[in-house]
Design a protein around this ligand. Structure first.
Ligand SMILES: [Fe+2]
Ligand SMILES: [Fe+2]
Length: 505
């Protein structure tokens, strides 16, 4: 039997909507689930997805993709690449799997919300495939690390992380509950697919695939590009939804959702991708600094996408660009200092050669981060040996990003970076702390949505973490010995400074 070309039937088939007779349109697409902002079905029929695919085509392509990735993995398994891999790369893998594997599976349900409650036929169709994509991403990223669990239980955090109250996990859940699990169909389309995927994660996976190839990790490189090709497709669900909203007088609402999601994605990127690129990646394999990558690929490209589609730059755009000099350096410093609080071993990334690179990429790094953060630690280590670097008291966490509030150590007017500053807000008798004016602004957009959440610091103060000691905290994080992070180089990096000191004497 001859098959029709897709173009001959697709538009008619996917727009074949029922006109509900026994229930109202609102009962079929309740606002709380569809988020259509009161726009009726007829309006959403103008939704035109740029990427059209049929079920038959989808299944064929996905089957081929899976066959490719799994067979490369099987072929390379005996090569035991990871046993010789650079420690920094191993840390990136552990961090990646623990941070994203389960969240990818959760994204499947967010896609399903669009597949059921999106008022546009094209959105429902694309999201059905998106839901299958995310299910695949969850499965594949749980399966791949499993072969490494015998090497280190830290790889087990691919499965374990999201079921714990580890601080970075609490931060990730707070973010993805906000843009994914706890949003209606239009919210997911704008915040997850348009802002997070188009703006950030699609490029993240492109970058990861390239980095993996550089590091010689063919298996992971294949995995990342296989995921990225799905991402590039279903990320396009959001764009046409933005257009419909703009055309129908809902630009402000669209802009607000996008603004919230971009900032939140930025704070996640600065926590995870920033340290990975500028401190974990072996120096001779670094192609671009995190700042260059963000400026060129993420912010630069996304800015064009935003303007092309008819939205504005978020009001905080300049603040975000300036944050490229501070936030991720602070996140790295904090994570290394308290490496026991994460499920990967943390490379310090501060050999003399690495510091020269940091100074070149971030002029002024030496007189701030170098002189005021790392040099005092090095001096202490040289004198007393590698002593505990955990601060004796709980650091201030942002009530939106759920990560430490950062500033540039040794900052003074005229130097790059910014001072350490809390942006407080009193709401219904409770005092909240934020790491930026933007985090506080997000809270103010819908206080009821966020007000009851307790940061890990709030939980400590509330007596929910017992005993209120380092041991009690690690237990609360579900981090056992063999799982908590160590200095990824076992402090061998100190040797260079010890020799320097000996020569100077
Ligand atoms: Fe995904
Ligand atoms: Fe995705």
């Amino acid at each position: 039997m001859a098959l029709l070309d897709r173009a001959d039937w697709y538009d008619i088939a996917r727009d074949t909507n029922w006109t509900p007779k026994y229930v109202s349109e609102d009962a079929l697409f309740p606002e709380e689930q569809s988020g259509a902002l009161g726009l009726p079905l007829e309006v959403w029929e103008n939704y035109d997805e740029p990427y059209k695919v049929t079920y038959r085509e989808y299944v064929r392509t996905q089957r081929e993709k899976d066959a490719g990735v799994y067979s490369v993995k099987a072929a390379l398994q005996r090569a035991n690449f990871l046993d010789q891999a650079e420690p920094g790369w191993v840390s990136i893998l552990k961090l990646h799997y623990g941070a994203f594997a389960t969240l990818e599976a959760m994204a499947s349900s967010a896609e399903s919300r669009m597949a059921r409650f999106g008022k546009a036929g094209g959105m429902r169709n694309m999201a059905t495939f998106g839901s299958l994509d995310e299910n695949r991403h969850g499965q594949i990223q749980l399966y791949f690390p499993h072969e490494h669990v015998h090497r280190s239980r830290q790889f087990d955090w691919a499965t374990k992380s999201m079921h714990t109250n580890e601080w970075a996990v609490v931060a990730a859940r707070h973010l993805f509950d906000d843009i994914m699990a706890g949003r209606d169909a239009v919210g997911v389309a704008l915040m997850l697919t348009f802002a997070f995927e188009t703006g950030f994660s699609n490029l993240q996976f492109l970058g990861l695939a390239a980095d993996a190839a550089q590091a010689g990790d063919i298996s992971f490189s294949n995995l990342a590009s296989s995921i990225q090709t799905d991402e590039a497709r279903h990320a396009q669900i959001g764009g046409p939804a933005v257009k419909i909203l703009i055309e129908n007088g809902k630009k402000d609402e669209a802009q607000r959702l996008v603004d919230i999601a971009i900032w939140r994605a930025w704070t996640l990127f600065a926590t995870v991708t920033g340290p990975s690129m500028d401190y974990y990646t072996p120096l001779d394999r670094r192609e671009k600094s995190f700042k260059e990558f963000m400026q060129e690929w993420v912010f630069g490209q996304f800015e064009r996408t935003l303007l092309d589609i008819g939205l504005e730059r978020p009001w905080y755009w300049d603040t975000m660009l300036a944050d490229l000099d501070t936030r991720h350096h602070g996140m790295h410093a904090g994570i290394w200092t308290f490496h026991k609080s994460v499920w990967w071993d943390v490379p310090p990334g501060i050999s003399r050669a690495e510091r020269a690179w940091l100074e070149e990429k971030y002029p002024g790094w030496e007189e701030t981060w170098g002189a005021h953060f790392w040099d005092p630690i090095i001096a202490r280590f040289l004198k007393d040996g590698p002593v505990e670097t955990v601060l004796p008291s709980m650091v201030q966490l942002c009530n939106m990003a759920q990560v430490p509030i950062t500033g540039t150590p040794g900052w003074a007017p005229g130097k790059t970076g910014r001072p350490l500053q809390d942006f407080p807000l009193e709401h219904e008798g409770r005092l909240y702390h934020f790491g930026s004016a933007v985090d506080r602004w997000i809270f103010q957009q819908n206080p009821d949505r966020y007000k009851d959440h307790l940061s890990v610091a709030d939980r400590m103060v509330a007596g929910m973490i017992q005993p209120p000691t380092l041991e009690g905290l690690l237990d609360y994080f579900s981090l056992k010995e063999g799982e908590w992070g160590e200095d990824a180089l076992s402090h061998s990096w100190l040797e260079e400074y010890r020799q320097e000191q000996a020569q100077a004497a």
